[in-house]
Write a protein that binds this ligand. Structure first.
Ligand code: NAD
Length: 498
């Protein structure tokens, strides 16, 4: 009998009002059913919003340092349960244990970082333009925040949103992606175990088109934080524009690693393998394009091909596995489609390109490399979100930078070079939210802003110091202690005639 999981609404663990459920299966072993989760509807969202609104009225008054202290306890609990969470996460979404441990660690780092910010939610003071008057700004929470998250970082990404939202004094409604409801449930259980008042966090499981859309449409939710594909982000953005909601979008990527003629090729090789095939290529920051300068192109490709072929596919919980499965059958079909597109566009398939033999029980796909990829082709431009690397040959840094920049996305980029001038030119000229020098396109630190430009984002950042701007409003306070009516914005300069 499959385990039955619940929503967390109004302090209670509840089934969906309509009683419907959906399955959550292990992508490495599809006959392994993790459990049944509530397929919720707008009715469930509505109940969650009512409870969250109520909770907000008291949570907002808890001093921010106290709200922060709670996150220290959350960090300790995440640390205590790290191994179990990581194993459960690998079973649920497939990436190898080393990576799921890293995903939980990001949550731990975020908890400790944000906890301290409870004592640093600074406002500003400034001299007032009138005598005997005090002027200041403070941070005020916004209300009920809806968090809609993807499946590829089931712990890290929700914590990037949830912890700053909570420390700023907001109540939260959390909808994890339908492929990772189990890890989402564990995160909420941990917040409750740490002592978060029950109603401050609501968990509503279900499909994006139902639950996610109902949250985005709900008139009593003023803030939406969304991470997912650019296509879904567009739908969310249109609705939020119509309803005047505060919105943070973190979306797709088509990230490139540049390898210059003077690069340390061994180092660049490790970066390319990790960037392209880590998380089976399913990271928003995954390296999906490799731009190689002409002199080292053939040599570097030779090095890469052998290593990519040797990567071991399998269950991420097994020792020795390098690459786990894709998240679901749709994702495998999407990768197959792009393999066909690449071939029809004249790119050369040099390794991979198929489902591996004798692994049909899971959603596996071979690490795949295309060479002779043309700048501007669909293979080079579109996000595939799988283990497919497109290789382009360029003559110099100018061409490399132009190819990097000529896509609609702008999340991450990387350059391998020993020339300090080229490295700083790259930092200056690559049109991305993040640029790495002599490191792969993937990886982020909790206390630095994370996000992208162009169609990757809408100008906000996760993590880092900027995120508190998003989860709080600026409230200005004036105190006039002159004892007289002083009129601001009236010309009061000495010498002005009456
Ligand atoms: P997705 O867009 O399919 O889903 C993301 C979330 O949105 C899920 O919770 C889903 O249920 C929900 N959703 C779907 N339709 C919705 C709707 N109409 N209204 C509201 N919510 C809806 O993305 P995914 O497949 O879960 O994740 C992969 C994508 O996420 C990739 O494009 C990847 O690049 C991107 N991503 C971006 C970042 C970043 O920080 N930029 C990080 C991770 C993933």
């Amino acid at each position: 009998m499959a385990e039955l999981f619940k929503n967390h609404i109004d302090g209670k663990w509840l089934s969906a009002k309509a009683g419907q459920t959906f399955e959550n299966r292990n992508p490495a072993k599809r006959d392994d059913l993790i459990g049944l989760f509530p397929a919720s509807s707008a009715q469930d969202v509505d109940a969650a919003v009512r409870a969250a609104k109520q909770a907000f009225s008291t949570w907002r008054l808890v001093p921010a340092p106290k709200r922060g202290e709670l996150l220290y306890r959350v960090g300790e609990l995440l640390r205590k349960y790290k191994e179990d969470i990581a194993r459960g996460m690998t079973r649920e979404m497939g990436k190898i244990l080393k990576e799921t441990r890293g995903d939980v660690q990001e949550g731990i780092d975020t908890a400790f970082y944000v906890a301290g910010e409870g004592r640093r939610l600074f406002g500003e003071t400034t001299p007032a333009e009138l005598p005997n008057k005090f002027a200041m700004s403070v941070r005020a929470p916004i209300g009920v925040c809806a968090l809609v998250t993807p499946w590829n970082f089931p712990m890290a990404i929700p914590t990037w949103k949830m912890f700053p939202a909570l420390v700023c004094g907001n109540a939260v409604i959390f909808k994890p992606a339908e492929d990772v409801p189990h890890t989402g449930t564990i995160l909420v259980e941990i917040l409750l175990e740490a002592g978060l008042p029950d109603e401050v966090i609501q968990l509503v499981h279900g499909r994006g088109e139902q639950v996610g859309a109902a949250m985005v449409e709900h008139p009593a939710i003023p803030l939406i934080s969304f991470t997912g594909s650019t296509e879904t982000g567009r739908i969310v953005g249109e609705t939020c524009g119509r309803l005047h909601k505060r919105l943070s979008l973190e979306m797709g990527g088509k990230n490139a690693q540049i390898v210059m003629d003077d690069a340390d090729l061994d180092l660049a090789l490790e970066g390319a393998l990790w960037g392209a095939f880590g998380t089976t290529g399913q990271r928003c920051t995954a390296t999906s394009r490799l731009i190689i300068q002409k002199k080292v192109h053939d040599k570097f490709l030779g090095m890469l091909e052998g290593r990519a072929k040797a990567l071991k596919l399998g269950d991420g919980r097994k020792k020795g596995t390098d690459v786990g499965p894709l998240i679901n059958e749709d994702a495998v079909r999407k990768v197959e489609t792009y393999v066909d597109i690449g071939q029809s566009e004249g790119a050369k398939l040099v390794t991979g390109g198929a489902r591996p033999a004798k692994m049909s029980g899971g959603n596996f796909f071979e690490p795949t490399i295309f060479t002779n990829v043309k700048a501007g082709s669909r293979l080079e431009q579109e996000e595939i979100f799988g283990p497919v690397l497109s290789v382009l040959r360029v003559k110099d840094a100018d061409e490399a930078f132009a190819v990097n920049n000529d896509v609609k996305y702008g999340l991450s980029s990387s350059i391998y070079t020993r020339d300090v001038n080229t490295a700083f030119r790259a930092l200056n000229e690559l049109d991305n939210g993040i640029t790495y020098v002599n490191a792969p396109t993937i990886g982020a630190e909790a206390h630095l802003p994370f996000g992208g430009v162009k169609q990757t984002g809408n100008g906000h950042r996760e993590g880092g110091w900027e995120v508190y701007e998003f989860y709080s409003e600026t409230k200005v306070g004036y105190a006039d202690f002159s004892g007289t009516l002083q009129r601001a914005q009236i010309d009061t300069y000495l010498g002005t005639p009456d």
